[in-house]
Design a protein around this ligand. Structure first.
Ligand code: FAD
Length: 392
């Protein structure tokens, strides 16, 4: 039975980075990926251009039951460390907005880079390999796989979360963690579009395709950015961000006109354009179809002179705080990440090692650390993979 220093389960961002670091330190590393290729999520990320990191990474870009857990790994592997690797491989990149770095060409270059680094570090990669059992046989681990039995001194679980099952996502890591006595903090889809209730669907589904800049609030968190009406609900960067903080029956507050004193503006328009209908005036700063729909459903549309001060106040309030109760999310089918996961209290924040089972490590998305949109999730995958790779 072949004996490896390290077996890594999962050939995604975290697993590949961990393999590179451990391999560079002369460990004999086997990386097992059950789908037909490594790095599938990297390939589909950032619209095919992989938003591979963010220049402004800070611990408060991450959600976790223990907000301090991510600090050590993030401090020891910064965006600049990953950028250095990208530059060594002559991959052209650019900053899109707010520190988000994307490839100029294709995500494929990032996967090729990671695979090349693995090869250079002597890592053996097996794709299409199914694991049937994992046993802890002190002092190591014994695995039964579709390629035969495997033994390893250390086992790294880098099997990711539940999002996008058709890309190979599985609950494998959570099940394995539970079997080894770890607690899993409740998981749910995050960075995910939200869907309308039946009533809202009826009223807004045909606004599908309309986009605007908005500010979204939920549970004392808020994000400003693009919001998009879809044929089932709402999406866009600001909605995806807030979805990580939203749970069933929570209220969302949507400001459709951020940065505008709407009452002052309406009052001024009432003075300067008293005969203009409300929907005409609202269309100056909202998408026309949205302005018309809100007037039809809520405000009415009369010449501005006919609105009392109280009525204008109500219009302004509604535009600045539209109370919205989504029916749910689009689920793991489209979620970018999984909220929750392996309880960080039972892991070392320096090495990602289990405090319960010697030689067992958890890295990447399977751990209860969830990044904001904008390259933060990959940075966590690189940093946690690096932390474990340095310790193996
Ligand atoms: C559409 C989309 C776009 C995204 N865009 C970005 C972006 O631009 N920037 C960003 O920072 N984040 C992005 N993300 C999030 C990012 O992809 C993840 O946070 C990151 O991939 C997590 O890395 P990971 O290695 O932990 O898990 P994964 O990348 O999911 O890798 C886990 C691997 O383990 C394999 N696996 C699962 N079970 C088993 C098993 N039993 N045996 C063997 N192998 C197994 C899976 O097939 C997979 O290859 C995006 C996600 C999605 C879905």
């Amino acid at each position: 039975m072949p004996l490896w220093d390290v077996v890594i389960i999962g050939g995604g961002a975290a697993g590949l980075m961990c393999a590179i670091e451990a391999g560079k330190r002369q460990r004999r590393v086997l990386l097992i990926e059950h789908s037909n290729r490594v790095g599938k999520k990297i390939l589909m990320s950032g619209g095919g251009r992989c938003n591979f990191t963010n220049l402004h990474v800070r611990p408060d870009n991450f959600l976790s039951a223990n907000p301090h857990f991510c600090k050590s790994a993030l401090a020891r592997y910064s965006p600049w460390d990953f950028i250095a690797m990208v530059e060594r491989h002559s991959i052209a990149y650019h900053e899109k907005e707010s520190g988000q770095l994307f490839c100029d060409q294709s995500s494929k270059l990032i996967v090729n880079m990671l695979v090349a680094e693995c090869q250079q570090a002597g890592v053996r990669i097996e794709v299409g390999c199914k694991i049937t059992t994992v046993e802890h046989r002190f002092p190591g681990f014994a695995l039964e796989t579709s390629l035969g039995s495997v033994q390893a001194s250390a086992l790294v679980v880098a099997s990711g979360g539940l999002s996008i099952p058709k890309m190979g996502a599985s609950g494998f890591g959570y099940e394995l963690a539970k079997r080894f006595g770890h607690r899993i903090l409740a998981t749910r889809p995050a960075l995910v579009p939200l869907i309308f209730t039946e009533e809202d669907l009826e009223q807004y589904r045909d606004l599908s395709g309309i986009g605007l800049l908005a500010e979204i609030r939920c549970n004392n968190h808020y994000f400003a950015g693009g919001m998009l009406f879809t044929h089932r609900g709402i999406s866009g960067p600001a909605i995806l961000q807030i979805s990580s903080y939203w749970q069933l029956s929570d209220e969302l507050g949507i400001n459709l006109l951020p940065g505008t004193d709407v009452l002052a503006w309406l009052t001024e328009r009432q003075r300067s354009r008293p005969s203009a209908e409300l929907r005409t005036v609202l269309a100056e700063c909202l998408p026309k179809r949205l302005a018309q729909r809100l007037c039809k459903l809520v405000f009415g549309s009369f010449p501005l002179r006919q609105y009392s001060q109280l009525e204008l106040e109500a219009v302004a309030e509604r535009l600045q705080y539209w109370r919205f109760y989504p029916k749910g999310t689009e689920g793991y089918r489209t979620a970018e990440v999984t909220f929750g996961g392996v309880n960080t209290d039972e892991l070392s924040s320096a090495t990602m090692a289990s405090k319960k089972v010697p030689g067992l490590y958890f890295i990447g998305e399977v751990v209860d650390v969830t990044g904001h949109l904008g390259g933060f999730n990959f940075q966590w995958a690189w940093a946690s993979g690096h932390a474990a790779g340095q310790a193996l």
